[in-house]
Structure formats: C-alpha cells, structure tokens
Design a protein around this ligand. Sequence first.
Ligand SMILES: CC(C)(COP(=O)(O)OP(=O)(O)OC[C@H]1O[C@@H](n2cnc3c(N)ncnc32)[C@H](O[C@H]2O[C@H](COP(=O)(O)OP(=O)(O)OP(=O)(O)O)[C@@H](O)[C@H]2O)[C@@H]1O)[C@@H](O)C(=O)NCCC(=O)NCCS
Ligand code: ADE
Length: 300
Amino acid sequence: MAAGSGTSAGGRTRTPFPALLADTAVRALREEAWLSPTPGLVDRRGGGAHDDMDLPLLLASAEALRPAFRQIAEAAERTAACVGLREELGGLGRMGERAMLRVTGGVNTHRGALWALGLLVAAVAGGAGDERAAARAAARLAALPDRWAPAGTPSHGERVRRRYGAGGARHVAEAAFPHVTEVALPRLRRARAAGRPEEVARLDALLEVMSLLDDTCVLYRGGPDGLRAVRLGAGRVMAEGGAGTACGHAALIELDAWLRRRRLSPGGSADLLAAALFLDAAPWRARSPRAVREAPACRR
Ligand SMILES: CC(C)(COP(=O)(O)OP(=O)(O)OC[C@H]1O[C@@H](n2cnc3c(N)ncnc32)[C@H](O[C@H]2O[C@H](COP(=O)(O)OP(=O)(O)OP(=O)(O)O)[C@@H](O)[C@H]2O)[C@@H]1O)[C@@H](O)C(=O)NCCC(=O)NCCS
Ligand SMILES: Nc1ncnc2[nH]cnc12
C-alpha cells in the first residue's frame, strides 16, 4: 500500500505518515494480544503463564505506546540514520517504556515489542521501500551506539546473555530480524495461500518462531532445559500439521498447559510475531531519489 501525508487533491486531510505508522504498530500489538490459543502467552482466554497480565492490560499497554511510535517515526523522517537518530530513538524508546510501565502499574508487557517495532517504524519512516529493506535499516540503527543508555541494574536479557551466552533481542535486531523476514512472514503467506484461516496462519507463524528463537524470557525463567523444551514443543505442533489440524491443536494445548505449569512465557516470540504483522500491513512510502539526495547528512 502506498501512503503519504498532508492534503489530498480533493482537499481532504490525509493522516500524516507517522500517525499512520503508529496506528499500524499499535494494531499489530493488539492483534498479537487477541490471538488465541497462544501457548503460555496472554490471549483472549486469560493471562497464560503470567499472574500479572491479562488481555485488557496488554491492550492498554499497546495504546500507551502510540505516542512513542509516532514520535519515533517523526524523528526518523527528519533525521538521517546515524548516531544522532539512534540516540534520539533511545530517548523516545525509554520514554515509551515509562508510559507503558505507568499504565501497567510497573509490569513489563511490551519492552521487547517496543524495541523491535520502534526500530522497524523508524526504518519505514526513514524511507525503506519494502520489508527486507526495513529489516536491514532497522539492523543498522540497532548496531549504532547510544551514549545515553543507562548502565543501571542488568535486565533479564543481560543476565541470561552473561550466564548462557544467548543473543537476545539486540542480537536479533542487529541480524535484521531473520525470524520475522525468513520465518514468520513466509509462514503467514504460505498458510494464507493454502486457504488456512487467518488465526491459524498467525498461530503457525508464532509456533515456527518459537521453535527457533533463543527467547531470553524463557531462558531467564526456565534455563537452557526450559528453552529446549519450548522449542521442541513448538516444533512438535508444526510437525503434527500446525494449529489448524486436530493433532497439531492437541499438541498446542498440551504445550500451553506445560508452559503454564512451568510459568514459562515465550514473550520474545510474541514480540516478533507482532513485528511480522506490522511489516505485513505497513504503509510503504519509499523516498523519491530527490528526497534521498536532500535528506540531512550524518553529522557524526
Ligand atoms: C535492547 C533492548 C530490547 C533491551 O534488551 P535486553 O535483552 O537487555 O532487555 P530485556 O529487559 O530482557 O528485554 C528484552 C525483551 O525482548 C524480548 N525478547 C526476548 N528474547 C528475544 C529475542 N531472542 N528476540 C527478540 N525479542 C526478544 C522480550 O520481551 C517480551 O518479554 C517481556 C517480559 O520480559 P521479562 O520482564 O523478562 O518478563 P518476566 O519473566 O515476566 O518478568 P518477571 O515477572 O519474572 O519479573 C515483555 O516485555 C515482552 O515484550 C524481552 O523481555 C531494548 O529494550 C533497549 O535497549 N531499549 C532501550 C530503548 C531503545 O534504545 N530503544 C530504541 C528503539 S525504540
Ligand atoms: N501475548 C503476550 N503474552 C505475554 N507477553 C507478551 N509480550 C508481548 N505479547 C505478549
């Protein structure tokens, strides 16, 4: 879908591109939250493996991130993709995290999603013309330094990186989101082309990501054995035919019950499914060669 901003020929006001991108990002988060039954995750049925989250909380959290997504897009529209922009995005990302924690009463609902979607929103706003170009541009941004990133207490991701050497959310972004472009999006499209219902296509995309991802949420709570079991369990659902078959559905429900008992939540996979839904629906507005020539140059 092509998109722009300002006033159309007929004089009607069009939604500004940053607001359109923020809408698409929030919608992707909402759709991921509504998807059911998702193993161990919050969904329409309840909080999954979480005793501090439910669907209304995730929906409120998604809405609280809208201003951050819009401001991220605005910054990327006006600033070249170099360290200055990376640092501005870091500040906006941390502001978004504070807004999220305010509405959730301190629960980390969407930190990883804000990171992945924030980088992809910036990439599309900065002129990426398709999903692969967006993932590559997001990777370049992720790899830039942010001198204002607070040292503070190590995050869960940082702890398991030190302990087990796992890559985590930063590494996945720097690798240009292969689980999104090479796994989730192709799986979504193959399932749709085969006539599967949209919900089944999304569940299969999630399960395939789960079967491959080093999810630091799972590693933090379940260690390497927990992560191995989650990946094998998700792989088994797919080997049984996926969420749309009787055997695959039974395997999914079994995996869900096991994750709830072990209090393991594949939150990183949920974030990457939301990233795939964002790219799948993104409004593209590749910059014209003239706009690229006139884009502000890197100052550092
Ligand atoms: C680079 C950052 C993402 C920070 O990364 P780091 O790994 O240091 O920090 P974490 O706080 O651990 O957050 C990473 C979140 O990313 C998700 N995730 C996990 N593994 C992967 C993966 N392999 N690939 C992609 N994404 C992954 C995951 O998010 C989900 O889980 C969250 C709940 O996690 P947690 O708090 O650990 O949950 P609980 O176990 O429930 O906690 P307790 O109840 O037990 O206390 C949830 O948010 C999901 O979204 C990881 O949690 C980045 O955030 C950063 O540097 N931000 C600064 C701002 C910035 O620069 N922004 C720029 C662009 S906007
Ligand atoms: N549906 C979900 N359940 C739990 N954590 C999540 N983080 C992002 N989406 C989530």
